[in-house]
Design a protein around this ligand. Structure first.
Ligand code: ADP
Ligand code: MG
Length: 279
């Protein structure tokens, strides 16, 4: 499989507009405004696509000492299958909090998280861990790679956690093949044995993307994935995410405070005063 670095493909809801040529320095998907009729077509395609993940009237309070501080105050959000949604908002507005709640890393104070027709915020811990590993891939601003492991080691680490030692060793050839394929997908096949300290920021984030995909998740959650990268490298990472979204119909929820980065998703919402508003 070839590198996706320079690909420029539109998400599943942009089929009414011809795809751009993958000519290298491509512009963001949203650079050509849709006409009225195209907007209507796009809306009807979006509304007929099944709901993948939803937040229903979510509130989240944190305790600061003995004071309960509300961060989210009734968030309603619907994410459709194959959608690429971005969530913008100022620092401290609760973006990471919301992403963690969507990914069942934390529990809401009230409200519900649903995966299709299944409520997932209230399942018992062990079951929720299994569900999370199967459903979600996650990437972060600071990559969170393990420094002592190679690129391949980092990519395979979730499989070592998800399997017994015996199970892992029995399937290691298949797992390594999958790791290799993912590293080719993100354009890192020449860095397999490198350690994180030998990589650039962009290469570390590519490694983190490959790691997030190794368990074949349905939904990728990205928390400020370009927050620590220069503009050009950030754009390359966005190209990888957009191609994954378009080619594999991977549902993506990306949090960012960068409007230009957010604008490359299918749809953007803003977190403001504890609720979500459409942009
Ligand atoms: P963002 O990602 O938009 O910058 P966060 O979701 O990280 O915002 O944080 C939202 C607010 O909640 C901030 O005021 C932050 O200090 C507070 N907060 C986040 N996590 C915790 C926590 N575990 N305990 C207490 N307060 C927290
Ligand atoms: Mg944050």
């Amino acid at each position: 499989m070839s590198s996706l670095q320079t690909e420029s493909t539109r998400g599943p809801h942009h089929q009414t507009v011809p795809a751009e040529d993958s000519g290298g320095t491509s512009s963001p998907a949203r650079s050509d405004p849709l006409t009225d009729i195209e907007k209507l077509l796009e809306q009807s395609v979006a509304e007929s696509t099944p709901i993948h993940l939803s937040a229903k009237n979510i509130a989240k309070n944190y305790f600061r000492g003995r004071h309960e501080v509300p961060v989210l105050k009734g968030v309603d959000l619907t994410i459709r299958k194959g959608e690429f949604l971005s969530i913008i908002g100022q620092s401290g507005s609760g973006k990471s909090t919301l992403l963690h709640l969507l990914g069942t890393l934390d529990a809401p104070s009230s409200g519900e998280i649903w995966l299709e027709n299944e409520r997932i915020d209230n399942v018992p811990n062990r079951q929720r861990d299994v569900l999370r590993n199967r459903l979600f891939g996650m990437i972060f601003q600071f990559y969170h790679l393990l420094p002592e492991l190679s690129v391949m080691g980092n990519v395979l680490a979730p499989l070592m956690i998800a399997n017994t030692t015996f199970g892992y060793l029995r399937q290691r050839r298949e797992f390594r093949r999958r790791g290799q394929e993912l590293l080719e997908l993100v354009g890192l096949e020449h860095r397999v044995k490198h350690k994180p300290r030998q990589l650039s920021g962009g290469e570390m984030q590519r490694t983190a993307i490959a790691r997030a995909l190794i368990n074949q998740p349905e939904i990728l959650l990205a928390d400020e994935p370009t927050g620590n990268l220069d503009h050009e490298t950030g754009t390359e990472i966005l190209e990888i995410l957009r191609t994954l979204n378009a080619r594999q119909n991977l549902t993506i929820v990306m949090v960012t405070h960068d409007h230009a980065i957010a604008g490359q998703a299918d749809r953007t919402v803003r977190l403001e005063a504890g609720t979500v508003v459409n942009v």
